[in-house]
Design a protein around this ligand. Structure first.
Ligand SMILES: [Zn+2]
Length: 436
């Protein structure tokens, strides 16, 4: 194999590629079989037995080829904090993690709160195999007061608005935002938090916070806002997506709302599925994020909800912070951890072995996030854009933050031994195939 496809900074064109002998898994198209794929100018041109002339042959025996994975909750730090992450470095981290699409949150400086800046952000990602979607701010400057020009932003292709990092504190503003977004075919993503209850907290309020002497954030600070969102969704008929669900009370509310047929969706992050508040006893700030790591009962409730589809989206809440920021004391350090480059390995290692099927995982990581953003779903068939993630399910590796493409290293999963990782991504006419 040539190594021209290993470049992250300037990905090669997928002009004539023959992906040989991989297991193609596309649940929505109903495919699960060993197939050769020929890609011509970024499009799946067919499934020939032999490599067409001049094609670059990639031997993918023992690999899986799935529709491209999507991370619905990513913080890029550009504009404003490029030392922690740029749009380009975030795209490269996404490529390394096996994603072909991301949705980035608007809490940059300045905030992503008008059509011009939304277009600028998307444009920065144009030379990568990544669809950079923007979730625009709900309110100007994310100040919680005045709604952004939603119709102009929707015209620019955005289908989601969020003041993430913060909740939309004013219920009146939130109600109007949901109504207006609904008229435009968009939805609100709520960072569910009652800031009065959460104020000053750095970890889950629990036996552990008491023992460690760290101020706590109770689970109901999240659930109270989820309840508010459920009531607003019922009252308006609008759609609300609940970000990074962490509490069992929130899970119960979302499950009930779905039973009623309300347009409430929810996402869950790997750390809330795999870690608990006990990890904070190390005082390692890589275990500090918002919402915080919760109790074992909360973790289990999130896992059950993830399995049964109450929480239909698997996302990372990738939140890069510089070493200087994260090496402060636990109660001073900023909330957040990176996630793009560990998400898939954690899922393949820890979810598939615990009763989640590969098709279900793909529902959570490929289809649901795009449906929530009203984006076209990738399909593996002749004539379709090649939007693919290539996975080596048997590759054993150890998480080493020094190898991240992200500019930040703040992960709680350093040193974890994982089995399975992305081998490459193809999308938008570009290809990355890793050399390992
Ligand atoms: Zn958030």
């Amino acid at each position: 194999m040539t190594n021209k496809y290993t470049r992250y900074d300037k990905p090669a064109l997928a002009s004539n590629l023959f992906l040989s002998g991989g297991r193609v898994v596309d649940p929505r198209t109903g495919i699960d079989q060993i197939l050769n794929l020929h890609i011509r100018d970024g499009v799946i041109s067919g499934t020939p037995d032999k490599a067409p002339p001049e094609a670059d042959i990639i031997d993918l025996r023992g690999h899986w080829i799935t529709p491209g994975w999507f991370d619905l909750h990513v913080h890029l730090r550009e504009p404003g904090k490029e030392v922690a992450e740029t749009i380009a470095s975030g795209c490269q981290a996404a490529m390394n993690g096996g994603f072909t699409g991301i949705a980035c949150m608007p809490n940059t400086q300045p905030a992503l709160d008008d059509a011009a800046i939304v277009n600028w952000v998307r444009d920065q990602g144009r030379t990568f195999p990544i669809d950079v979607n923007v979730i625009a701010a709900v309110t100007r400057g994310r100040e919680g007061k005045e709604l952004v020009e939603m119709s102009e932003i929707v015209e620019a292709g955005v289908r989601a608005f969020s003041d993430d990092g913060n909740p939309v504190k004013s219920t009146s503003v939130l109600l109007h935002a949901v109504e207006y977004a609904n008229m435009l075919g968009a939805r609100i993503f709520e960072h569910a938090e009652d800031t009065y209850l959460a104020d000053g907290g750095s970890m889950n309020e629990s036996e552990w916070s008491t023992r460690l002497g760290i101020s706590g954030i109770p689970t109901i600070s999240e659930a109270i806002d989820v309840a508010r969102c459920v009531l607003i969704a019922e009252y308006t008929g609008g759609a609300i997506h609940i970000c990074h669900v962490s509490a069992r009370e929130s899970v119960d509310l979302i499950r009930q709302a779905k039973k009623k047929g309300l347009r409430i969706t929810g996402e869950v992050c790997p750390h809330h599925l795999l870690l608990t508040d006990e990890h904070c006893k190390s005082f390692d700030t890589n275990f500090k994020m918002n919402p915080p790591l919760r109790s074992e009962a909360d973790r289990r409730a999130c896992w059950d909800a993830f399995l049964d589809g109450t929480l239909e989206v698997y996302c990372t809440d990738h939140a890069p912070h510089s070493w200087e920021d994260k090496t402060q004391e636990f109660d001073i350090a900023p909330f957040g951890i990176v996630g793009l480059e560990t998400s898939m390995g954690l899922a393949l290692t820890h979810f598939l072995s615990k009763g989640m099927s590969l098709p279900t995982l793909l529902e959570r990581a490929v289809y649901s996030p795009r449906e929530i953003l009203a984006q076209e779903l990738p399909a593996i068939r002749s004539g379709a854009t090649a939007n693919l993630t290539i996975i080596d399910p048997n590759h054993r590796w150890t998480v080493n933050p020094e190898e991240f493409k992200s500019l930040s290293r703040n992960t709680p999963f350093a040193g974890w031994e994982l089995t399975g990782r992305s081998r490459g991504v193809i999308n938008r006419g570009y290809a990355l195939i890793q050399a390992f």
